[in-house]
Structure formats: C-alpha cells, structure tokens
Design a protein around this ligand. Sequence first.
Ligand code: SAM
Length: 273
Amino acid sequence: MRLDVITIFPEYLAPLDLSLVGKARERGQLDVRVHDLRQWTHDRHHTVDDTPYGGGPGMVMKPEPWGEALDQLLDGARAEGRAEEPTLVVPTPSGAPFTQELAVELSGRPWLVFTPARYEGIDRRVVEEYASRLNVREVSIGDYVLAGGEAPVLVMVEAVARLLPGVLGNAESHRDDSFAPGAMERLLEGPVYTKPPSWRERDVPEVLLSGHHGRVARWRRDQALARTASHRPDLLAGIGSAELDRADREKLCELGWVESDGRFWPPGDRVEE
Ligand code: SAM
C-alpha cells in the first residue's frame, strides 16, 4: 500500500518510522511518503494561510499549494504508470467518524493520500475540486478539536496498517479486537491477562488456566458483553435477539437488560411498544 501525507510539519510524522508501521515500511509492505506543503508555495515566506472571507478569527489554508501538491502527486503517479487513483483522506472534526469499519475499508485501498490541515482548515474548494475526480473521505477521529491533522493521520495510519496482510506477526491478532467485523462488531474486548498467575494477591480468573477452549471462549464473550454494557451501552442498545445466542441473552438479562419485541434494551431504558 502507498501512503502520502502532505503537511506543513513533516517532522510530526516521524513516528511512522517506528514500531509496527516502521517495520512494515522496512519490509516493503508500506510505501510512506511525507511531503512538505511549503514546497508548493512561491513567495519568500512560503505562505500557506490567509484571512477568512466573511471575517472571523483564525486563518484558512490557501487552496493553491494544496492544488499544486495534489496535482503533482497524481501526475507523478500517472507518469510512473500507476493505474489506480488514490483515496483522499481529509482529517477534519466535521468529518464522518473514523471507525474500525472505515479502517478495514481503507486497508483495502492501494493508495491513500492524507491532507492534515492547520489553522481553521483548508479552503473548501480543494475538497470540492478533488471530490469531482477522486474518492474523498472527510474523517474525524473524535468529537474534540486538535490543533492540526497530523495526530489524526498517525492514528488512522496505525489503525489501517495493522490490518494489512502480514503486518501483524499473528494474523489472528485482530480477529478478537474490539469492533472487529463479525462476532465482535458491536462488542468491546474484555480484560486480558498474562503470567504470573498470581500478582499482589490478585489471581488470573481460574477459567483461563483451565485449558478448556469452549469455557474460555464463553467467558471471553461474557466479559465482552459486560464491558460493552457498562462502558458503551450505545453499541449494544437495540441489538436484535436473533444476533445473540442463548448464553448471550442470559448474560444480558443477568446484567439487567430487558428483551422486548425481539430486541435488547439497557436497564431503565424506555421499552418501545
Ligand atoms: N475550525 C475547525 C472546526 O471547528 O472544524 C477546526 C480546525 S482544527 C484547529 C485544524 C485541523 O486539525 C483540522 O482542519 C483538521 O485537519 C485537524 N483536526 C482537528 N481536530 C480533528 C479531529 N477531531 N479529527 C480529525 N482532524 C482534526
């Protein structure tokens, strides 16, 4: 997979040399290219921002450097004989939420271009221009505002990279992750333990030492249900009974959830007639 990041702070992306992403780059599984947006400015001060039309506080990133940068990447790839177009990932707090589902989708793309902004963001016409010819995703990593999009890019690249074939040592590792597509789609992963079996008089749950795969799987599922019910009831709310097996339903009832009209509802929630 190829990843391009255009930023006014290339140094901010230094962590992409480390750990899992760094190793994937060394192995040639990821081709990461970080570009300084200011190389596409033409004035003495390498200006990338200007005052907002309509007034208001803060500055807005000028469209010209972004346009030149993106055109050069696209033209360069075409000249290299690259057939596919990139997906443009635009970090913004006003974007669609970045979810595991979106990470999975992006991990299937051959080429991603990230445009982390600063100031009040990028002149709107840039997104409009490229949305007319590329797949553009405006993405938020959460309901808070950061000073720039570089940290969101680090978040997204790590989430995507660990899904690429061969990047995680054990291909099964993300199967049981919170939010993993399939059985864990709406569940948070429960607690995990390692040696020693007893630490400061706290023991690892007996079932995990039993070697009984069926009981271990059931225990993990119960823990995931309990944790999700407690920390993120919104993920479970309204879950269809048909999506749950008998033991799941019993666990939710034990946690005070109510089954009504083929669905499960949190304790105290209004049950729809
Ligand atoms: N005025 C903008 C707003 O309220 O939507 C916030 C601009 S923010 C100070 C500057 C840049 O940081 C954004 O354009 C975006 O690239 C990045 N950014 C900040 N918070 C983000 C978030 N939660 N998710 C993704 N990107 C974010």
